[in-house]
Design a protein around this ligand. Structure first.
Ligand code: KIV
Length: 313
């Protein structure tokens, strides 16, 4: 009897100890600042890495699974985005602003875009990589558009290109598609036309512009685009376009009724602080962390704290 009580006691102690270890263990794995929210699809994705294709994006639209997209311009960041499970990386011409420091997207060249895109492609195993065709490489005539798109695909190894505009560029879109290159459209606030708009305010608030946007989206879908980005337009218009189209509609400032969302990486990480539109959610305040880390390094160098005995040969 005495031995039976002893065995029971040890069993209870073992159970409570393992529960304690487990709960402590899960705490120690939690990120100190960011709680990682796991969606069903993220959990499913932890197995074999299968590459996202236009077909997968189309299936996501049909299943009602939202598409996550972020911009990426370099190898190291793209590797992290891919590891995190992002669906689409856009090598945006916003590289002109956030990587090169220009005040608009107009100055970036085809060579620059190919450089950024090939760095991203080298980092990625799963995400679908789309590259912005820069200003001046597709608006003039379809021949130039086609040869620019072919250069992007050949020299970077990306999966698709993105062009801004509707009816005005439809011939270029059709020729690129006929060469077998997937095309993503971009309507609403199209930053390459900033000099025409004169301002970055919300687009298509008036009926005429809203109707043109709806017609342009139909035209791009009919031509064979695999997806369309809608930028900075009223949420009800974004929802209307997404509801009436068979291809994925990705929004940036287009509300939650669309099929996916895209943000500029440097904005959502809080690296760029001067840009604060209503649609932007900042997930980090990296600019403060980076400045603090660099200031600590400067102090350590100046005070001879760095390197210490263990950090030298
Ligand atoms: O270049 C870019 O970052 C973009 C997004 C704003 C969609 O086109």
């Amino acid at each position: 009897m005495y031995r039976l009580i002893l065995i029971l006691c040890s069993f209870v102690c073992f159970l409570s100890a393992s529960t304690f270890i487990k709960s402590n263990d899960s705490q120690s794995h939690a990120h100190p600042k960011l709680l990682i929210k796991k969606s069903k699809s993220m959990i499913a994705k932890t197995g074999v890495v299968s590459k996202i294709t236009t077909h997968v994006l189309q299936e996501m639209k049909l299943k009602g699974e939202k598409i996550s997209m972020l911009t990426g311009y370099d190898f190291s960041m793209a590797r992290l985005l891919d590891k995190a499970g992002i669906d689409v990386i856009l090598v945006g011409d916003s590289a002109s602003n956030v990587m090169a420091g220009f005040s608009s997207t107009l100055p970036i060249t085809l060579d620059h875009m190919i450089y950024h895109a090939s760095s991203v492609v080298r980092a990625v195993h799963r995400a679908f990589v789309v590259v912005d065709m820069p200003f001046g490489t597709y608006q003039g005539n379809w021949k130039e558009a086609l040869s620019s798109a072919i250069r992007i695909m050949k020299e970077s190894g990306a999966d698709a290109v993105k062009l801004e505009g509707g009816v005005e560029i439809i011939e270029s879109v059709e020729r690129i598609l006929s060469a077998g290159i997937p095309v993503m459209g971009h309507l609403g606030l199209t930053p390459q036309s900033i000099h025409k708009f004169g301002t970055y305010v919300v687009r298509a608030t008036e009926e005429r512009e809203a109707r043109k946007l709806v017609e342009d989206s139909r035209l791009l879908e009919k031509a064979g685009c695999f997806a369309i980005v809608l930028e900075k337009i009223p949420a009800r218009l974004g929802e209307e376009v997404a509801r009436n189209s068979k291809i994925p509609i990705i929004g940036i400032g287009a509300g939650k009724g669309v099929d996916g969302q895209v943000l500029v990486l440097h904005d959502m990480l809080g690296i760029t602080m001067e840009f604060s539109p209503r649609f932007l959610r900042r997930y980090m305040n990296l600019s403060e962390d980076i400045v603090a880390a660099v200031q600590n390094y400067i102090v350590d160098v100046k005070t001879l704290d760095f390197p210490n005995a263990r950090e030298q040969y």
